[in-house]
Design a protein around this ligand. Sequence first.
Ligand code: NAP
Length: 283
Amino acid sequence: MDKNFLKLGIIGYPLAHSISPIIQATALESVGKSGSYKKFEVRKENLPEQIKFFLDEGFSGFNVTIPYKVEILKYLDEIDPVAQAIGAVNTVKINENGKLLGFNTDIYGFKTAIPDAFKNIKNAVLLGCGGAALAVVFGLQELGVENLTIYARNIEKAHDFVLKIKDKIDMNIAVADLAKMTSLQTCDILINATPLGTKGENENRCPVAVEVLKTAKKELFVYDLVYNPAKTKLLFEAEKLGLNYINGLDMLILQGARAFEIWTGEKPSVEKMQTEAVRVLNI
Ligand code: NAP
């Protein structure tokens, strides 16, 4: 076995649409390392077997995605404090002693993608309260946000979401019904963490009514976690109103680049990873 050949991968279910293998292959190439990054679609009951496989085969690490970001915690030897606080791991490093170390690079990806000019934010509005929303809330806390309103279609789920994190979060959090949003007047940053706008059946759907978007101040920064299509309906409307915005591609690339750095100690070319992602996604 070539000791310099890096074995990496991703576990989740389903994984058909993941472009992580492309992104990470580009990362490997950009630092001149030989290696592979493969998808492993795993059923929950086969997780222990899968982890044994990684250890037996000399893997250096792997990503963890839906639905195992929380489930994986019980298999880890050490968990980085940020990942511990959020209670979700998306990156596992396997060290030379076969120990599994857990990290969360989604928070890093989320906040690093925001241009510096828009990082001075106090009032945030978040749409959705699923897995990605969790990383967003911790990211917003690190950015110094003081007031957060979470709009969700299921208020009960949103309250449960807040209940789970409230001890670890030092900001005022309110919960409201997504269908009843009337104003964005005081909002500095609006984040869409729902799949509304995603290619396919949700593509032409905008999570916020245009009339509501029109109430925003001109400095509002709109951040859609969706990256395919590159310009969702929400971003299209934001652009029409002259608002600044980004999609979720930078977050995706940056979380991957940070994971790569954890596994290898080297910084890959974010630019090359991004170019390759845009090419394969055809966006
Ligand atoms: P998730 O755990 O399934 O959460 C989705 C959230 O959106 C839930 O709150 C869900 O509400 C809500 N939702 C779903 N369909 C909705 C609808 N039709 N109307 C209103 N709300 C709806 O998914 P996730 O992992 O958080 O991902 C959310 C989005 O972020 C996806 O589009 C994903 O592609 C994107 N994402 C991007 C990145 C990135 O790196 N850019 C990373 C992660 C995720 P219920 O609980 O009521 O179903």
